[in-house]
Ligand binder design. Structure first.
Ligand code: HEM
Length: 463
């Protein structure tokens, strides 16, 4: 099937908007596709006191990301014990595999069908509180939305609005704290920024996790995430607490930054707001949206991930090793530059252009799913990838149908904070409620969008 390249009629693919984002020097390096061809398969890098080895070759990158005998995942690192201890992120080997297996039934395809409608309903509720008369910090607002969605739709619980706001405000402190603690661990004399604020944020999160457990509503079959975790660790509330906390940090961090960058791109390309509304209006049941009925919203999220997703994965060598003819010492940081792969012109046409239509089914050239690696790879592949695929396009479509987003200071440079996932710094926007749609002005219902289903995630990457 040929793709409809005129999904937004009259609009050429959006220009990259050079100079609109202020990337740090380190981030520019991780995002630079020139390294892939020119710097060699493995290159030694230096950022301040931090020495790292960057793997530029895709095949080698896959090997490093999957080989836990040689390369240690960041979660179990001793510098992060406060954050990851006893939870799935901090475990290794058989214990890690067992904990992943415990969670798996909660993310089975059969359970995810109800996720779309519940995400739509909860997104509407959470957006209803947004003030319309003043600029909003979208980084904080999207953290609040992501946290609210995770708690209600994935953890089957509820948190009061003021707790959601406190967690949203703490997210960036936690994320930055984890990043810097890990990055600076080999140089203990270099002060880690925001240490005390980070402890406070972690205590806040722990309090919220206890509330999540108190208000948890188990599914009748006991296969929801929290019930599964509790059944696997009877009498050990500490382990369950740590797992829920890890899920909340990992899930909120990634979902919040994806939604915040989606707002940034909607502000730059307002015609997509209308296109996303039209697509949602064309769904067979507009009050029960499902991601597979929203190919444009799915493609929009994928394009946001391509240009703004996690720029690199990180590992540390367990022992000395030789990769790509480069000797890497024991304990060295190894980076896997996903951001550069996603900007590689050998894989993507006009890689700097934000063009969601490249991901639509039937697009020419066919979309390069294999280099996107949105959810990582190997034993640490995101356990909630399928849930995120089901949730985010529906949340985005609901957002586009409820509010019109407009930058509060058009033309202002947006900073990119270096945290677990980069988020837009200083992105303030007005979120004006959309006019109620007049009957008959939307596209005809019953359009066969379901057959143009969006991409489904698998542990080997995207299908
Ligand atoms: C846009 C959405 C998301 C993206 C892009 C994303 C991406 C990723 C990536 C790349 C990794 C691997 C990190 C590495 O190898 O260093 C990962 C792991 C993880 N993700 Fe996600 N994720 C998303 C949503 C979620 C959600 C909603 C949850 C929880 C409900 C979640 C929970 C986790 C956990 C617990 C891990 C660690 C797995 C382990 O240690 O075995 N993620 N995610």
């Amino acid at each position: 099937m040929n793709v409809n390249r005129t999904a937004c009629p009259g609009q050429p693919p959006a220009p990259p908007g050079p100079g609109m984002l202020a990337h740090s020097r380190a981030l520019r390096f991780w995002l630079d596709p020139a390294n892939l061809d020119q710097a060699g398969p493995v290159v030694r890098t230096r950022t301040g006191p931090a020495i790292a080895y960057q793997v530029n070759d895709l095949a080698l990158l896959r090997k490093v990301g999957s080989d836990e005998d040689t390369f240690r995942f960041w979660g179990p690192d001793t510098s992060l014990r406060d954050f990851t201890e006893d939870g799935v992120v901090g475990l290794e080997g058989a214990a890690h595999r067992e904990r992943r297996a415990v969670m798996r039934p909660a993310f089975a395809a059969s359970r995810l069908t109800s996720l779309g409608p519940s995400v739509q309903a909860r997104t509407r509720q959470l957006l209803a509180d947004l003030p319309a008369d003043r600029p909003l910090d979208m980084r904080v607002e999207m953290s609040r939305l992501a946290c609210g969605l995770l708690v209600s739709c994935v953890l089957n619980s509820e948190l009061p609005p003021d707790t959601l706001s406190r967690i949203a405000a703490a997210r960036s402190t936690l994320s930055g704290g984890i990043f810097w603690r890990y990055a600076l661990a080999p140089w203990p004399w270099v002060p880690v920024p925001r240490r005390r604020a980070c402890r406070r944020a972690l205590a806040e999160l722990d309090k919220a996790v206890r509330q999540v457990r108190t208000h948890h509503r188990p599914d009748p079959d006991g296969h929801d995430l929290v019930s599964l975790l509790e059944a696997a660790a009877p009498g050990d509330p500490h382990v369950v607490q740590r797992d829920i906390r890890a899920l909340l940090i990992a899930g909120m961090e990634t979902s919040a930054s994806t939604l915040a960058w989606a707002c940034y791109e909607l502000g730059r390309h307002p015609h997509y707001q209308q296109a996303l509304q039209d697509e949602a209006d064309a769904a067979p049941d507009t009050s029960r949206l499902q991601a597979h009925q929203l190919p444009l919203a799915t493609a929009f999220v994928q394009e946001v991930t391509r240009l703004h997703g996690i720029p690199f994965l990180v590992r540390r060598t367990r022992h000395q090793t030789c990769q790509g003819n480069v000797r890497i010492p024991a304990g060295a940081v190894v980076t896997l530059p996903l951001g550069a792969l996603r900007r590689d012109r050998n894989r993507y046409t006009d890689p700097d252009v934000f063009d969601p239509r490249r991901w639509l089914p039937g697009a020419e050239p066919p979309p390069a799913h294999a280099a996107l690696l949105a959810y990582g790879l190997g034993p640490r592949y995101c356990p909630a990838a399928a849930a995120a695929d089901a949730m985010l396009p529906v949340a985005l479509a609901t957002l586009a149908c409820s509010r019109t987003l407009r930058p509060a200071q058009p033309g202002r440079k947006i900073g990119v904070s270096l945290e677990l996932t980069p988020t837009p710094k200083g992105l303030t926007m007005y979120a004006t409620p959309c006019e109620p749609r007049l009957a008959g002005t939307g596209p005809a219902h019953g359009t066969d969008t379901a057959s143009r289903s969006g991409a489904a995630s698998t542990e080997n990457g995207h299908a």
